[in-house]
Design a protein around this ligand. Sequence first.
Ligand code: SF4
Ligand code: SF4
Length: 478
Amino acid sequence: MEATLRSCASSSTIDDSQAAAIRPRDAPPRFHLLAKPSGSTCNIDCKYCFFLSKEALYPNEKHRMSQATLETYIRQLLESHRTPEVTVAWQGGEPTLMKVEFFRRAVGFVEKYRKPGQVVKHTFQTNGILLDDEWCEFFKAHDFLVGLSVDGPRELHDTFRVDRRAQGTFDLVMNGWRQLRKHGVDFNILCTVNAANEQHGRAVYRFFRDELGAKWIQFIPVIERATEQTIQLANRGWSEREGHKRVLYTQTGTLVTDRSVGAKQYGVFLMDVFEEWVRRDVGRVFVQLFDVTLEALFGRHLLCIHAPTCGLGPALEYNGDLYSCDHFVEPGYRLGNIHETHMLELLASPEQRKFGSDKRDTLTAQCRQCDVRALCNGGCPKDRFARSKDGEAGHNYLCAGLEFFFRQSRPAMETMAKLYRGGRPPSDVMAMIAIDDKRRGPYAPCPCGSGRKFKFCHGDNAPRRSFHPGSSEERRTS
Ligand code: SF4
Ligand code: SF4
């Protein structure tokens, strides 16, 4: 069996019956692979981006995916899937460094290897800086969903998302956003939650909704781990600067950098967004974690982070090396290379299966007894470096915030689930909340948990003002 798959790693395409015969036992029917065609290379230098340090894994090499690796990757991805839909996901580093022509070839290989009836979706994560007419015409023509990285209005975005001269990149990113809009390309906003924007959830969300016209938004907590030995260097950032060499970031240490989001503050940020969304935007704007939480009430897990197990989100480096996960591109988690071993075999390997089941099997006692465990499932293993309330190691650093968000949002989430079960749209929750708000009155505590009066918090319906630090759009501290 192993030999058959190994030979297929370099042979031409296989048909369905051959695929069924060689499929390793317990091979997943689908997975979501993130491919990094330019490795970790990027054209900007965000201060919190430890992915930049991954170039240390492949010193003295030009980090560009070859045509042979591209073809092998696309072919194996399509022949591995047993579901009708497959996602081809590009990420980095910065994938636009590969030029449009590379992705034209990728689309060509998809057409060459697509099985009858197989539907292929393309996604592309970018900092937006190189987007121009040519890129956006290409995205539109092939129906790409583009993820654009923005951390909020200029003052917040420019704190950490800087170029190599430490200048803010906001204007450059907005040029990219204008190109996407001009060509009608579907885009989603990927926003990190970090020490600079963590107190401004609603202002950040309103900026995306009202000024960028975003319909899909994803929030990702910035958590940069460090040890006593590395914390000083880590606080200076991951780029190679005079006086120190880039160090390879690995998921080790129990300290976090100054740029990392505060544990409780992450939940406060999410609730700040949620209380705005649930009053105005249900069914109109899609915030990934809110969808994920609602689906979890039906026992469906759309996101590995809050699923009971994981292991179906591998990362592919430019040279064909496959790693357990995008967050574990480090030596101990290299599964193999797709030129030598078929990716399906690597994914079905005992190491990768253990990687996925450890997420459930290493939960702390506090997680196992937690009343929101079915929604949270202990979060991502990369963040489990804190101690639980009982002092048990391996607990999620973000627990205080996750617990706060899942508990605080639960009544509205359950109302939406009940509406859906009864055949009504979840968006009917907005009318129900409007009635509750009237009953509550303006001077009662705001349900977001801020401790502020409702009238001055999420009951404030005044038209949105531009964000300026220190203005009333600024959020409280927790
Ligand atoms: S380690 Fe975290 S990000 Fe990676 S697959 Fe598991 S849950 Fe997802
Ligand atoms: S909220 Fe905290 S205790 Fe509960 S499952 Fe999540 S990480 Fe574990």
